[in-house]
Design a protein around this ligand. Structure first.
Ligand SMILES: N[C@@H](CCC(=O)N[C@@H](CS)C(=O)NCC(=O)O)C(=O)O
Length: 207
């Protein structure tokens, strides 16, 4: 088995890095310097024509999109370890949260980030940013409600769906999102943050 993980610190690749650590998958990690254009070389573009990280090459097949990677790695390496559900409704639930994070929550968060930070100043829209902030709070309410009375997204058992969603909420905290109303999320975050794999990745300082 050969698995190569292309990443850059402080990027979406952190999600995949945490998932790989949680699953204990042996791999080679290759750091891609985005500022130096290392994701735009002809060799890299052959593997990921989107010129982005994360990228995993597993036994010669290139797989990108962090949501796909969490689901794929969970399916390949997580079922025996009870870190990903076997096929069935619980797997559907796990997939639901991973897709929701990248598509629904991701959309609102990107509207905020684009209109406050990422876009050139003359392309930013304060009203769109303000609406994005409101939408993020509505979506966090959905997550908080789903965690009521539960230790983890799927109930009593931690899965890499938790790793995925938690990594994203960590980033939201860095963006100064208001988490004060979300007591269920905060208690769940503390549980996710106490996982040995999470602590080891944070201590290594490569995320
Ligand atoms: N939808 C993709 C987004 C990946 C993405 O946006 N990666 C950024 C870093 S956070 C990137 O590699 N950007 C290339 C660059 O900045 O040159 C995923 O979820 O994997």
């Amino acid at each position: 088995m050969s698995l190569t993980f292309y990443y850059s610190p402080m990027s979406t690749a952190s999600v995949t890095q945490l998932v790989l650590a949680e699953l204990g998958v042996p791999h080679e990690a290759i750091r891609v310097d985005l500022k130096k254009g290392e994701a735009k070389t002809p060799e890299y573009l052959k593997l990921n024509p989107n010129a982005k990280v994360p990228l995993v090459v597993h036994d010669g097949t290139a797989i990108w999109e962090s949501s796909a990677l969490t689901m794929y790695l969970g399916e390949m390496f997580g079922v025996d370890k009870q870190l990903w559900p076997a096929p069935g409704p619980q797997r559907g639930e796990a997939m639901k949260w991973v897709a929701w994070t990248n598509v629904s929550l991701g959309d609102a968060v990107q509207r905020v980030a684009r209109n406050l930070m990422w876009a050139p100043e003359d392309q930013r829209n304060a009203a769109a940013a303000a609406q994005g902030v409101k939408d993020v709070q509505v979506l966090l309410g959905v997550l908080d409600g789903a965690l009521a009375g539960k230790s983890y997204l799927l109930g009593d058992t931690y899965t890499v769906a938790d790793t995925h969603v938690h990594s994203f909420t960590d980033w939201l905290r860095h963006m100064n999102t208001d988490f004060a109303p979300w007591t269920n999320i905060n208690a769940w975050s503390a549980r996710c943050g106490s996982r040995p794999a999470y602590k080891a990745v944070m201590a290594a300082g490569t995320t």
